[in-house]
Design a protein around this ligand. Structure first.
Ligand code: AMP
Ligand code: MG
Length: 378
């Protein structure tokens, strides 16, 4: 077991654990946000044939005068024109044989003939071109492109099924009555939403009380590819996730050099990879964002790294990368960042009131006016 590892090392260690990577075929209407499992080549030229980019007439550019002889709509079979002839043509209709120019509808039939308003066969993609590669996230545009290329179904990565378990005697499900000393359980809902965002299937479990037996029973009952727990991983007397993993599981690392988010662990329970996330709500979100997401779905990052000019001073952390919550906005062609709320790792409001975090290297604070690295939430 390694302790107090860097973020990069944590991901590297987790990558050594076996992880499912199988493929299934889905229809395009089911493909949104899925991750492509194979390269996709186009089955057709795009455009399939030379066609008009505008509504107007298809003409011969050498003719001085023309008469309209026919009409071509999108979907019509290609027509043919001879000397002095014009065909009324709609956007997307095949260019008639013999025509080499388009006269725009607004210019009238004897108007200027343009040779550049023709979309040429294959100018976007030719038959056989690989335009979507393995690992591509099927965004709305990627789905349209797959359809353009003639694919009715596509091979995508099977979604990892990830169990989400909150631990803690104090946790009460929202909607139920709070007792003295109890609080609403919140981490599991955010973690399930994060999992959906990166293309996984979350399996939300009941809250587990702080007891070795209850936790063991829960872990043994799971049918999933990956386990995420929250809470119970630090030095406290009732931190039973760490204790159980230490005694009966297999821990690969414990503690990451980041703040917030210090005490997570990674290991396996009966061969299933398990991330023990910290209980503090900001910590569990940030450890998921920085470690779990890049490991589970490297194709779907949750942050974008940018440079920002600070408008408020921010304090770093000894020996740890420090993620202060910041609001990033654009000002005079530059990204600037401000801070607004209490920065405690228990304050989930700070993750909503801001749209990013600082990426302060260990032992580094920064002043107002400094330009620093930051992560912008996607
Ligand atoms: P722990 O890591 O179990 O010591 O928890 C650290 C802090 O996070 C404590 O204040 C817990 O009450 C809180 N916490 C733990 N789990 C959750 C959860 N699922 N939802 C909200 N807060 C939590
Ligand atoms: Mg706890």
């Amino acid at each position: 077991m390694e302790t107090l590892v860097t973020i990069e090392r944590a991901i590297e260690i987790a990558r050594r654990a076996a992880f499912i990577n199988t493929s299934e075929l889905v229809s395009l209407s089911q493909a949104h946000n899925r991750i492509l499992h194979q390269d996709l080549a186009s089955k057709v030229d795009d455009p399939r044939f030379d066609n008009s980019a505008m509504d107007g007439w298809a003409v011969r550019s050498i003719d001085q005068e023309r008469v309209e002889v026919n009409t071509a709509a999108a979907g019509s079979p290609p027509a043919k024109i001879g000397e002095g002839e014009a065909i009324r043509i709609m956007t997307g209709a095949p260019m008639p044989e013999g025509a080499d120019a388009i006269v725009l509808i607004e210019d009238g039939l004897q108007g200027k003939a343009h040779t550049n308003f023709i979309r040429r066969q294959g100018e976007n993609l030719s038959h056989g071109t690989v335009a979507l590669r393995v690992g591509q996230i099927m965004t709305p545009a990627a789905i349209s492109l797959a359809a353009t290329m003639g694919h009715a179904t596509i091979p995508v990565r099977v979604k990892p099924r990830v169990a989400v378990i909150s631990t803690g005697d104090e946790l009460v499900t929202p909607g139920e009555e709070l007792g003295a000393g109890s609080i609403y359980e919140s981490n599991s809902y955010g973690l399930c939403a994060l999992l959906e965002k990166i293309g996984c299937t979350p399996l939300l479990q009941e809250v587990v009380v702080d007891s070795l037996d209850a936790l063991r029973t829960m872990l043994n009952s799971l049918d999933c590819d990956v386990i995420l727990t929250s809470g119970g991983v630090s030095m406290g007397e009732f931190d039973y996730v760490r204790k159980l993993m230490e005694q009966e599981g297999d821990i690969h690392f414990w503690k990451i050099a980041m703040r917030p988010g210090g005490p997570p662990l990674f290991g396996t329970w009966n061969g299933t990879p398990l991330f023990g996330l910290p209980g503090n709500p900001v910590s569990s979100h940030l450890v998921f964002t920085m470690i779990v997401a890049p490991w589970l779905s490297p194709e779907s990052p949750l942050v974008n790294q940018v440079r920002v000019r600070l408008k408020d001073a921010v304090k770093g952390a000894p020996n740890k990368v420090c993620f202060r919550r910041i609001q990033i906005s654009s000002e005079n062609d530059q990204l600037v960042a401000t801070t607004h709320t209490h920065q405690g790792s228990g304050n989930i409001h700070s993750m909503v009131a801001h749209n990013g975090v600082t990426l302060l290297p260990p032992d580094t604070s920064a002043n107002s006016g400094d330009i620093i690295d930051a992560l912008w939430f996607l």
